[in-house]
Design a protein around this ligand. Structure first.
Ligand SMILES: *Cc1c(COP(=O)(O)O)cnc(C)c1O
Length: 388
């Protein structure tokens, strides 16, 4: 039987898949089972930071794989500590908890924020403000944190203790933060799944200032925006704020599952032994891959990300059928007149992979996508927009 039929028969049908089976890739090129090649502008949803089968990443992962694949968190391993040190050195954060996914990184952030608030108030401060249209994950806690009514269905009761403010609406945020039960505010600098909506600098800075005044923690969800995606190691670095907690995942492992929750000076001691844990979290193979990813996050790479971002912006601005373009760095959303799903399907036929988010075509290519492939893929996308 063919792969699509087997999938249909045996895999829980939670995904709308594109009708294509992939077998291999190299950098930003990927091949299907018929041998047709595609240029990848989706990056496995911002996961394959340096593309597919990148030689530096492969060497780091394979080297670790052949000496020690796992020992559990009862013991120390070098890749995990090395990765934590790198994350702290590069951000100024103080401590890291490792997990396996974005949802888990946020789950840890939520637990730590509640404990921080409860410790300081005898249990009276445990509400977290998140933003409408946000996305924080698929577990019950992170779904509850997600400010989208459409996702608060079927699985009730959802977790209490979350209130939702309008993104970029400072008055609404002020009002929400005035609730004495609030212990933290959590936000994505660019809402990814919500439609690639960029938060305004004034909104983020003022929110952070108000929060600090009230000893309310600032949690930045960098699961999608982080690890160079937006043209800086973490997107918050372009907002001149110092978060108390940063969560990240997707691009950190470069293609293997890894989540990280970073704690700042105020939160570094909140969790103690036995309060949280993960069997696989910080697995040495994933950590070794992530070390190699982070070691390559330097200014020249960030400059190249910004240059490619500008190229895409210039190439698509003013094209008939393009209504607007949003995003930062290589996390871009293109609002189109035709339904974005139609454009994604047309691109697939023409050999280019793009994603969608709400009413936009979403681009999350490898950070090191070669310029000539990017030019070719953007031209194909342009044709698909012109003739959907
Ligand atoms: C993808 C994503 C998550 C969830 O990550 P998973 O690894 O799928 O659990 C959380 N927050 C943001 C901002 C994301 O983009």
């Amino acid at each position: 039987m063919d792969i699509m039929q087997l999938d249909e028969q045996y895999i829980a049908n939670t995904y709308h898949r594109f009708p294509v089976v992939f077998t291999k890739g190299k950098g930003s090129l990927i091949w299907d089972e018929a041998g047709k090649s595609y240029i990848d502008l989706g990056g496995g949803i911002a996961v394959n930071s340096f593309g597919i089968a990148d030689p530096v990443w492969c060497e780091a992962v394979a080297g670790q794989l052949s000496c020690l694949q796992h020992v559990s968190n009862y013991y120390y391993t070098a890749p995990q500590t090395r990765l934590a040190a790198l994350l702290c050195e590069k951000t100024g954060m103080k401590k890291v908890f490792f997990s396996n996914s974005g949802a888990e990184a946020n789950e840890c952030a939520i637990k730590a924020a509640r404990k921080y608030g409860n410790d300081r108030s005898g249990g009276a401060r445990n509400t977290i403000v998140t933003l409408k249209n946000s996305f924080h994950g698929r577990t019950l806690a992170t779904l509850s944190a997600t400010g989208q009514e459409a996702l608060h269905q079927h699985f009730g009761p959802f977790l209490p203790g979350f209130i939702y403010a309008d993104a970029n609406d400072l008055e609404d945020m002020k009002e929400k933060l005035s609730d004495p039960a609030v212990c933290a505010v959590m936000m994505e600098m660019v809402q990814g799944e919500g439609g690639v909506n960029v938060l305004r600098k004034s909104f983020v800075r003022e929110t952070a200032r108000l929060a600090a005044e009230k000893d309310i923690l600032v949690i930045v969800d960098e699961v999608q925006t982080g690890n160079g995606r937006c043209g800086s190691l973490y997107a918050y670095m372009q907002y001149d704020i110092e978060p108390d907690i940063v969560s990240t995942a997707k691009g950190l492992g470069g293609g293997l599952p890894l989540g990280a929750t970073l704690f700042g000076p105020k939160t570094q001691g909140v969790l103690s032994a036995g309060m949280h844990g993960s069997t696989f979290g910080g697995n040495p193979v994933c950590a070794a891959g992530a070390v190699s990813v982070l070691e390559r996050m330097n200014q020249p790479l960030m400059n190249a990300v910004m240059a490619k971002s500008k190229f895409i912006l210039r190439a698509l601005t003013g094209v008939p059928g393009v209504k607007s373009i949003s995003g930062m760095g290589l996390m871009l959303g293109i609002e189109t007149e035709a339904p974005p799903q139609d454009i994604a399907a047309a691109c697939l036929k023409k050999g280019v992979l793009v994603l969608t988010a709400k009413d936009k075509v979403r681009l999350l290519p490898a950070l090191n996508i070669p310029m000539e492939l990017l030019e070719q893929a953007v031209d194909t996308l342009k044709q698909a927009i012109l003739h959907p």
